[in-house]
Design a protein around this ligand. Structure first.
Ligand code: GRF
Length: 189
């Protein structure tokens, strides 16, 4: 697909932005149905912003203290950039029902567990504490309930006896990088 025909996408980040990097790399390949047009962060120190600036992707930082106001500003920005799809990639703020309604069926998220198990934060430690044999990651549509929208794809990861939450997080993150693009291809092809 050529650039101008691709789905205009905004990536929302809060931290390292490794999923952003992989999504961007994917987006410039021929097989990608999406183009990354905008990066939004709630954190001005997010490492991922260095990458988006380096690649000259329009990037905007919004302080979520006044959430309602900020969400309206973000919506204006999305409209201005003709955004059709939002990919949450390590974005740590919860979007309001109002916001989600405006982009119904057009917001995706990646979560580092096999949903519906282990919604929310601190997933890897909780998985280990519960002696689970498997964990993994999930790409899903975002609805108004946390980590509860329709599942698009999941990848299982076996837990090793020696795993710490860090080692497990690293292994799952590698799978996240592959899963997000697969999920996008699954939706749009
Ligand atoms: C990922 O594990 C993602 O699933 C979780 O936060 C992490 C973000 O990583 N919500 P990165 O910022 O994409 O490197």
């Amino acid at each position: 697909m050529i650039g101008s025909n691709k789905i205009k996408t905004a990536i929302f980040i809060s931290g390292n932005g490794t999923n952003l990097k992989k999504l961007y790399k994917f987006s410039i390949s021929k097989k990608s149905p999406i183009k990354v047009n905008l990066v939004i962060s709630d954190n001005k120190n997010a490492k991922g912003l260095l990458f988006s600036r380096e690649k000259k992707i329009i990037s905007k930082v919004f302080n979520f203290k006044k959430k309602n106001l900020i969400e309206k500003k973000i919506l204006t920005n999305l409209k201005k950039n003709k955004i059709e799809l939002i990919c949450l990639a390590g974005f740590m703020k919860i979007l309001s029902k109002y916001f989600i309604k405006k982009f119904r069926g057009k917001i995706l998220n990646i979560h580092p567990s096999l949903l519906p198990k282990y919604k929310g934060l601190n997933t890897h430690q909780r998985v280990i504490d519960n002696n689970e044999k498997f964990s993994g990651c999930t790409v899903h549509f975002v609805n108004h309930k946390l980590d509860s929208g329709k599942i698009i794809l999941q990848k299982k990861v076996k837990i090793r006896k020696c795993d710490t939450s860090n080692s497990l997080a690293k292994r799952i993150l590698k799978e996240e990088h592959k899963l997000y693009q697969k999920a996008i291809i699954k939706i749009y092809n």
